[in-house]
Write a protein of this length. Structure first.
Length: 737
């Protein structure tokens, strides 16, 4: 393990930034998953050379590099005890666009929706569309092989991979793209790490017994959304291994590998023509979950562009959310579930015919008690309500939360109703009412039990439910992960899901790519235990935190902070609309997000041994740039009100530390300005000198507002007779108006 001195040397050698203070290590200890691991350091590289230096440092000191973009991973992919490498700030360039080939080349920190804003004038877009598309980044989508709402029409991220440029675990650079069998074999010659990788893949996958094991044990090929281990089954489609495809691309293998094989620095993607412009959404209302899933099998016979589900638990959460409560306009009654079926074409009459044909068939099969059609901008509102699902689950008050232990299973569409019948029966055996939402049309539902992961019994259920679901998914030859990846939460089940022989194959492939164990260890293969390193310590005694404000609606300030589940809505750029979070938009630093403030408060209130748990300079630092605009109070789907948290923190912190000189200056600015106005010219000169600004805590580049040579009060006194009639006339004129 590296020391502070060694980290200092590394920091000095980077063009970017290396952070290893307690605050930043705390902020990056969690992502959107249930896990918490304090890292050694956090790196914000600026160049490829920085990443090479980080790789070689990690190799020398035998620590792991954990790639991270927006930190919205749900399986624990972006937490670890090595160096978190956050590329979200500097690796944000759209490198090239080729309108002829319909490809775009980007760095991993490009936001998905920002990319599509760039592509829209060219009449194309990048299809995979996650619920976090306003802030998730291409690097993360490649790492997880993300899918989202549009996969039934436009495919998954792996389908879009043209080329990946990556830094290998020895610091060398490799480019993975389509190769003919002859070109592939040429790559196996030589003694570089890249040659070793190609040689290993060829030797392993040429083995007929290994091919048979992959075909027998991996999820059904009909399940397009699958992230189970490394995508070796995809490689078998190549002519090189007796398949039918003329080329092979190891970039497809890197896609979904969660940064465990190489560090991606550039991605070239295929893009599609923009969807048809005339669309209609039929929002079917159902009395039961089972009815809604049976309806999906019928609906998917139609040419749908999206087929998404939301259950009543999430719909109930929207009632108390300021932003999403406005998007409930289409709901009729109290459905147990709704399905969002979208049809589209470039002719509105044709779209209407499609929608009517869908509604007619649903009615003929007695599916849905209400089938309203939604048009225009209202469709965006319904989609926003669906996208807020994950964040809304965080707003559930108390310690029982929707846990993401099993929330990513995928089966063949025809198996979905039967699978859910068995799943629901299993949930009843565990006295659970699970939450169901997301991608029903692709055979994938996000299924979440409601558990208390602070209690030992909750942890026991966390594992036992996950184990039983793995057995059930295997029965249907499904995928334990459809789009969110194996990470920590599912990696432990891989030997069972794909068979021991295939699991040993994955370990050998990992070793070929990463012989020195540099790349994101503890994910996919040799995974950490799924019920360890959790955000909450099971069986802990909840700290008593006294506050001057009333946080009883959240069961206390600690649970108010714990509402944040890390989904990162606060990282969305201005183009996504809204104002959350202004300070993050200015700095692009994780420290200045709503998420960081909630996470930091949770950490210090939980782990502090001080009598006044608020008395930490790190908390002062993380709250300092919050401008208390309260945008989070309305825009955060988890209802995290940081302005309220900050006001409580400041009261408690200042109770222990008193008020700073800057606080006193600005609190008494009216009195001081009155004194300064006696000699305004002298005051204006003095307050704008670097020394005085520094003493007042004002940024050196900011100009302190100047005092007028004459105060308004003095001007009135000097002109009260001269302008008496003028003021009377103006007042009378205003009164008439």
């Amino acid at each position: 393990m590296s020391t502070s001195l060694e980290l200092k040397y590394l920091s000095d050698s980077l063009e970017g930034t290396l952070l290893y203070d307690d605050l930043h290590k705390t902020l990056y200890a969690t992502d959107a998953s249930a896990y918490r691991i304090i890292p050694t350091a956090v790196a914000l590289p600026k160049t490829n050379e920085d990443i090479v230096k980080l790789v070689r440092f990690a190799e020398k000191y035998k620590i792991s590099l954990i790639p991270r973009t927006a930190g919205t991973s749900l399986a624990g992919q972006t937490v670890g005890n090595g160096i978190i490498v956050d590329v979200s700030k500097y690796f944000t360039k759209i490198v090239a666009f080729d309108p002829i080939k319909k490809t775009v080349t980007v760095q991993p920190g490009v936001i998905r929706d920002e990319l599509n804003l760039y592509l829209k004038p060219h009449g194309v877009f990048f299809g995979p569309n996650t619920s976090t598309s306003s802030r998730c980044m291409i690097g993360g989508m490649v790492g997880n092989n993300s899918s989202g709402t549009t996969s039934i029409r436009y495919g998954v991220t792996r389908d879009k991979i043209v080329e990946i440029k990556a830094i290998l675990s020895d610091g060398s650079v490799a480019v993975f793209s389509d190769l003919s069998p002859a070109e592939f074999m040429a790559k196996t010659k030589g003694d570089t790490l890249e040659s070793t990788i190609y040689k290993n893949i060829f030797e392993e996958l040429s083995n007929k017994e290994i091919q048979h094991e992959i075909t027998r044990e991996f999820p059904k090929p009909e399940i397009h959304r699958r992230n189970t281990g490394y995508a070796v089954d995809i490689l078998l489609k190549s002519e090189l291994f007796a398949g039918t495809e003329p080329t092979i691309n190891l970039g497809k293998l890197l896609c979904g590998s969660e940064g465990t094989l190489a560090f991606t620095t550039e991605v070239t993607l295929k893009v599609d023509a923009l969807p048809p412009s005339k669309n209609i959404m039929v929002v079917a209302h159902f009395h039961s979950i089972q009815e809604s899933l049976e309806a999906v099998v019928v609906a998917m016979k139609h040419h749908l562009y999206t087929c998404e589900m939301i259950d009543d638990t999430i719909l109930d959460c929207t009632k108390n959310n300021r932003e999403q409560s406005k998007n409930r306009f289409f709901l009729q009654g109290e459905p147990k579930a709704i399905m969002m079926f979208e049809v589209a074409s470039n002719d509105m009459e044709d779209t209407e015919r499609q929608a009517d044909a869908l509604i007619k068939e649903l009615q003929e099969n007695n599916f849905g008690y209400a089938l309203p059609k939604i048009y225009g901008s209202d469709i965006d509102k319904v989609n926003e309500l669906r996208k807020a699902g994950l964040g809304l689950l965080g707003s559930i008050v108390g310690d029982n939360k929707a846990a993401d232990s099993i929330e990513d299973t995928a089966v063949e569409l025809s198996d979905l109703p039967s699978y859910i019948v068995e799943f629901s029966a299993m949930m009843k055996r565990h006295n659970q009412e699970a939450i169901y939402y997301a991608h029903a049309g692709a055979g994938e539902l996000h299924l979440r039990p409601v558990l208390n992961l602070k209690a030992k019994e909750g942890i026991h259920q966390f594992r036992s439910i996950a184990t039983e679901v793995a057995v059930l998914v295997k029965k249907y030859r499904g995928s334990l992960s459809g789009e969110h990846g194996d990470g920590i939460v599912r990696g432990e089940f891989l030997p069972f899901m794909i068979g021991e022989k295939n699991y040993e194959l994955l370990k050998r492939i990992k070793l070929a790519f990463d012989p020195n164990s540099v790349m994101n260890m503890g994910k996919i293969v040799n995974a950490l235990k799924m019920d360890e390193n959790l955000r909450f310590e099971p069986g802990r005694e909840e700290p008593e935190v006294q506050t001057i404000q009333d946080f009883s609606d959240s069961m206390g300030i600690l649970r108010a902070a714990e509402k944040c589940n890390g989904s990162g809505d606060c990282r969305k750029p201005p183009s996504a609309g809204g104002t959350m979070c202004p300070s993050y938009r200015a700095t692009l630093n994780e420290k200045d997000t709503t998420r960081a403030r909630a996470n930091a408060l949770r950490e210090y209130l939980t782990h502090s041994e001080k009598d006044n748990k608020f008395n930490h300079k790190e908390l002062y630092e993380v709250f300092e740039l919050c401008i208390s605009c309260k945008a989070c109070a309305s825009e955060c789907p988890s209802n995290v009100d940081v302005a309220a948290l900050k006001s409580e923190f400041l009261y408690q912190y200042q109770k222990a530390n008193g008020f700073s000189f800057r606080n006193k200056i600005f609190a008494n600015n009216a009195k001081l300005n009155k004194l300064g106005s006696i000699f305004p010219a002298l005051t204006n000169f003095m307050v704008n000198t670097p020394l005085v600004k520094k003493g007042m805590g004002v940024a050196s580049k900011r100009e302190v507002p100047l005092l007028a040579p004459k105060t308004f009060k003095k001007w009135i006194e000097n002109n009260k007779y001269k302008n008496k009639n003028y003021f009377i006339c103006k007042w009378e004129s205003s009164a008439v108006l």
